[in-house]
Every structure is written in structure tokens, then in C-alpha cells.
Design a binder for this molecule. Structure first.
Ligand code: CFM
Ligand code: HCA
Length: 540
């Protein structure tokens, strides 16, 4: 369409890099890719690398990935943050992960537990304060489990949170206490926090409850966090189809779900980035295979349900899934047809965490909208390329020790440009690959794929291309709207959702239609439109 033709990806890339000092520009150039997937000539993208100091990144920290993302949505574990109060306060109910504890289920999600470290704790050590806080939480709530999270100062002063946790576990007797060394500075983003969380959940909880739960087709849903109620919609569909969800990691989850996860027959992985470690460990230790699913988008939802049914190969289940899809789709298609005259051909940009930039492309496709630029904050090469080597994980069954062989440093791990022949040779040499959809192969030719986008580049992109909608997080929300472009948060969904499953698709079509069809944005003048000198004055 006219808009897509009005900009040239090479020029946009050059313009984004123009402002940087040469060294920074060289580094950023490797993270800004012009997609040529259709010709199979896409260059490699540099991902999961440190943000250059001075750049205002969209990323978060390791603590956020561990405490907020993975453990946050579990309702009956007391999540106790060992650190200054700000780390706990700013992670308090900001992620819109919903839960349903029923009339008398335990739910500590509304609380904000912190040791509230002070200067004297930093100087003299905070271990005693931590032990006292664990005791206090136990006395007040008698939870099944208490999880302790390290913040930056804890690592710097060397508090031994694992020993404190182990001692308190022994002392309390009926409460599982364990700790996460998830200091904010540990990795280059939230991603390291996911890994730390996954390892500890597996080490301390998974496998504890061997009780066989009822249900014929038992799965775990990995990487679904019930943001805006997404998980409720997916659960509704599972129930309707006759699929039993033993555990969700970790939307609307409980301690016992994690403890029983090994009793499932199949793992369905939704957000690969955040939970692939658990999928791999469940496969290695308990022999439970995993498949990639995506419940964002009506077609993707249908495909994922079919994939699960196919895995079990049960004729009745396969037929039931078809019935459910046939029942649900007419309402979805009706709304898609209704909005399409207004949304067809419109353009979207998406810069979100480590999977949504890819998953939400499906929903925009269904509305006839084009994703012209997208990227992850902290995705790895495998999330971009949709292929990775299965890591070599050794799990010691008795001690639950997890020894993960460092495959990241292995240059053969990622094979984006290898020919099928070369891949075959690698497979013969013992490398096992897992294939699934990736962002880069799914993007159109000539679109932009940008890793770890920053504030400056976000504004520049909007200025140069002016998409019909820009999707990212709270830090981008208002700066983008001030440029006269509607902005949809794809982390918190603003106050909307669910967007998963069939009913979620309907919600999303209506919401995006409202945003891109509204006249209000046309009345807003961006600073450079209002006052042309202003853009010049930025340069000095
Ligand atoms: Fe997975 Fe997520 Fe995401 Fe993620 Fe996140 Fe999130 Fe996200 Mo925010 S687990 S990678 S660390 S889908 S919190 S629910 S929205 S950045 S794209
Ligand atoms: C996180 C959580 C976050 C932040 C969202 C945002 C989320 O990474 O710490 O920046 O708007 O989804 O809540 O990704």
C-alpha cells in the first residue's frame, strides 16, 4: 500500500544510526535488521547482548524477570523481596497478572513483602533481618512456601540468602523456603531472571507431589502468565475440549501445580523465551516432550488446539477440538469482517519482551494489518530465528542438582544461515534441533526487525514512518502518544484483555479498531510538525 512504499528500510536504518558515535553505530547496526527472509538472505541479528551505557533501553532487570515475571503470578507462595523497599514497591501489582483463588483459596499476590533494607543492613549485613522477616511472614500467614528474592545490594554485600532459606525451612518444618540469586544486575535483561527462577522452581518444587490427578489428556501450559485474564480464556477452551491442565507456569498457579507438573503427559509451551528451561528439564528428567503453541490469534489458537489433540492422537479428542473450533469461530469471523474495512492495510510496530512481538503479529494479520517493524527487548537468537539446538542438560535425579552445559558459547548452537545440507551434517554430528515459528521468518520482506529498541530510536521510527499503531510498554506509552500516534500496551494491555483465545481475539479486534479509527490523533501535532526549528535544535 501507499504507506509501506513511502519509506525505505535502508534509509530508515541509516537515519536511526546517524546520531550515534561510530562505535555505538557499529554495534547497533548489528541489532537493526532489514528482513529478507523470503529470499533466505536475512543477515544474523545480534541479540541478548549488553545494552550500551548511556542508551535509554526499554529493558528491565534480572530481578524483574525472576520475581515479577515467573514467580509473581503464583498466588499461594509468599514472595519475599530482600532489599530496599523500592524494588518491592515498583513490582507491586504492576503486571496485571490475574488470579482466581476461589472463595477460600490462599492468595498473597495483593501483598508486598519486603525486608526493607536500611543503611545499617547494608553495612552490617541483612541475614538476621531476612530470617526475622521469613519468621514474621510464616507467623502471620502460615503459607505452604516462602520464596526469597535477592536485589542488587544483596549480591554486593554478600548476604547468603540460600543458607538463611535452608535454615528457616528446617526450623519451620512445614514450609518450603528457598531463595533466588536474581540480583538485578546479573544478566543483560529480564531474561537471566527467567533462567534463575526456572532452575530453582525445578530444583525445589517440581516433582514433590506424585499424586495422580484425574483427566485423560494431561498437559502443562508453560509460559502463560494470565495477563488481563488470558489464562482464564485458555482454561475455558481446554475445559471445553476435555484437556486437563495440570499446571500453568505460572499464570493463576499454585505451589501444588508446580509440585505436580511432572505428572502431565505433554508440555505446551506458549512463551518459549521465559520458560524453555523448565520444558527442557521436564523432558530430560521425566521424559515429558514439549510442543510450541500460541494462543494469541484465532487461527493460532485453532492450530494450537489441533496440535495438542494430534499429539494425543485420540479420535474423540480430535473430533471434539474440531467441534469447539467450529462453535467458536463464527463469532470471531463476524467481528473480523466488521472491523476489516477500517483496519485493512493499516500498519503496526511492535516492540515487546521476548515473544509477544511475534505472537501479536497473528492478531494484526487477521485484521489485515501489516507489521512493518518489530523486535524483542531481550529475545535470544532462537526467538528471532525459530530454531535452536536442544541444550545438554543433566539432571541428577536424587539430589535434584541441575547441571546445565553452557551451550550459549557454542558457535554451532545457532544455525540461521546454514543450508539444509549443513544442518543435516550437524544433526549427524549429534546436534539436536527443535524447530518452531520465529519472528524473522514470519516478517515480510523489507520490514525492520530491531533488537533492544531504545527511546531515541522509538521516537525516530515513529517520526520517519508514522505507523497507524505502536505497541510496547509503559515507558513508551506517552512519548509515542505525544507524537500523535495511538499506542497500545502489549504487556499490561492497558486496562484491557483478555486477548488470548477466541474471545480474546474479538476483544483485540474491537480495541485496535477503536484506536486506529479514532480521529482524535489527527488533531495532535507532533513537536516537529508544530515547530520545525525544534527538530534542528535537538542537534545542539
Ligand atoms: Fe514471555 Fe511474557 Fe513476553 Fe516475558 Fe515480560 Fe510479559 Fe512481555 Mo512484559 S514472559 S517474554 S518477561 S510473553 S512481562 S507476560 S509482557 S516483557 S513479551
Ligand atoms: C517487566 C514487566 C513488564 C513491564 C511492562 C512495561 C510487564 O519486564 O518487568 O514496561 O510496560 O509486562 O509488566 O514487562
Amino acid at each position: 500500500d501507499s504507506k509501506a512504499a513511502a519509506w525505505n528500510a535502508e534509509e530508515v536504518k541509516a537515519e536511526l544510526l546517524k546520531k550515534y558515535p561510530p562505535k555505538v553505530a557499529r554495534k547497533r547496526a548489528k541489532q537493526i535488521l532489514i528482513n529478507e527472509a523470503l529470499e533466505n538472505e536475512t543477515p544474523e541479528i545480534s541479540a541478548n547482548v549488553r545494552t550500551i551505557p548511556g542508551i535509554i533501553t526499554m529493558r528491565g532487570c534480572t530481578y524483574a524477570g525472576c520475581k515479577g515475571v515467573i514467580m509473581g503470578p503464583t498466588r499461594d507462595i509468599v514472595n519475599l523481596v530482600h532489599g530496599p523497599i523500592g524494588c518491592s514497591f515498583y513490582a507491586w501489582l504492576t503486571r496485571r497478572n490475574q488470579t482466581d483463588a476461589g472463595p477460600d483459596g490462599e492468595n498473597y499476590m495483593n501483598y508486598c513483602f519486603s525486608t526493607d533494607m536500611q543503611e545499617q543492613d547494608i553495612i552490617f549485613g541483612g541475614e538476621k533481618k531476612l530470617a526475622a522477616a521469613i519468621q514474621e511472614a510464616y507467623d502471620l500467614f502460615h503459607p505452604r512456601s516462602i520464596a526469597v528474592f535477592a536485589t542488587c545490594p544483596v549480591g554486593l554485600i554478600g548476604d547468603d540468602i540460600h543458607t538463611v532459606a535452608a535454615k528457616m525451612k528446617e526450623k519451620l518444618g512445614d514450609c518450603n523456603v528457598y531463595a533466588f540469586s536474581c540480583e538485578g544486575y546479573k544478566g543483560v535483561s529480564q531474561s537471566a531472571g527467567h533462567h534463575i527462577a526456572n532452575n530453582q522452581v525445578f530444583r525445589h518444587i517440581v516433582g514433590e507431589n506424585d499424586e495422580v490427578k484425574p483427566g485423560k489428556f494431561k498437559i502443562n501450559l508453560l509460559g502463560e502468565y494470565n495477563i488481563g485474564g488470558d489464562g482464564f480464556e485458555i482454561d475455558r477452551l481446554f475445559e471445553k475440549c476435555g484437556i486437563t491442565c495440570i499446571s500453568t507456569f505460572s499464570g493463576n498457579s499454585t505451589y501444588d501445580q508446580f509440585a505436580s507438573a511432572h505428572t502431565a503427559d505433554l508440555n505446551a509451551v506458549m512463551c518459549h523465551r521465559s520458560i524453555n528451561y523448565v520444558a527442557d528439564m521436564l523432558e530430560t528428567k521425566f521424559g515429558i516432550p514439549w510442543i510450541k503453541v500460541n494462543f494469541i490469534g484465532a487461527a493460532a489458537t485453532a492450530k494450537s488446539l489441533r496440535k495438542i489433540a494430534e499429539y494425543f492422537g485420540d479420535k474423540k479428542l480430535i473430533a471434539r477440538v474440531e467441534e469447539v473450533i467450529a462453535e467458536e469461530m463464527p463469532a470471531v469471523e463476524a467481528v473480523a469482517a466488521e472491523v476489516r474495512p477500517r483496519t485493512e492495510g493499516k500498519t503496526a510496530m511492535m516492540f515487546v519482551g521476548g515473544s509477544r512481538a511475534h505472537h501479536y503479529k497473528e492478531l494484526f494479520n487477521e485484521m489485515g494489518m501489516k507489521t512493518i517493524a518489530a523486535g524483542y527487548e531481550f529475545g535470544h537468537r532462537d526467538d528471532y530465528e525459530g530454531r535452536r539446538v536442544i541444550p545438554d542438560i543433566r539432571v541428577d535425579a536424587d539430589s535434584r542438582n541441575i547441571e546445565e552445559i553452557e551451550v550459549e558459547a557454542d558457535p554451532t548452537r545457532y544455525q540461521p544461515r546454514k543450508s539444509p545440507k549443513e544442518l543435516e551434517a550437524l544433526e549427524k554430528a549429534g546436534y539436536q534441533f527443535k524447530y518452531y515459528d520465529g519472528l524473522i521468518p514470519d516478517m515480510d520482506n523489507g520490514t525492520l526487525v530491531i533488537d533492544d529498541l531504545n527511546q531515541y530510536e522509538a521516537e525516530k521510527l515513529v517520526e520517519l514512518i508514522k505507523p497507524d499503531i505502536f505497541c510496547a510498554g509503559i515507558k513508551e506509552k506517552f512519548s509515542v502518544q505525544k507524537l500523535g500516534v495511538p499506542m497500545k500496551q502489549l504487556h499490561s494491555y492497558d486496562s484491557g484483555g483478555p486477548y488470548a483465545g477466541f474471545q480474546g481475539a474479538v476483544n483485540f479486534y474491537r480495541e485496535i479498531d477503536r484506536l486506529v479509527s479514532s480521529k482524535v490523533w489527527g488533531y495532535l501535532k507532533a513537536p516537529w510538525q508544530r515547530d520545525p526549528q525544534l527538530s534542528a535544535s535537538y542537534n545542539y
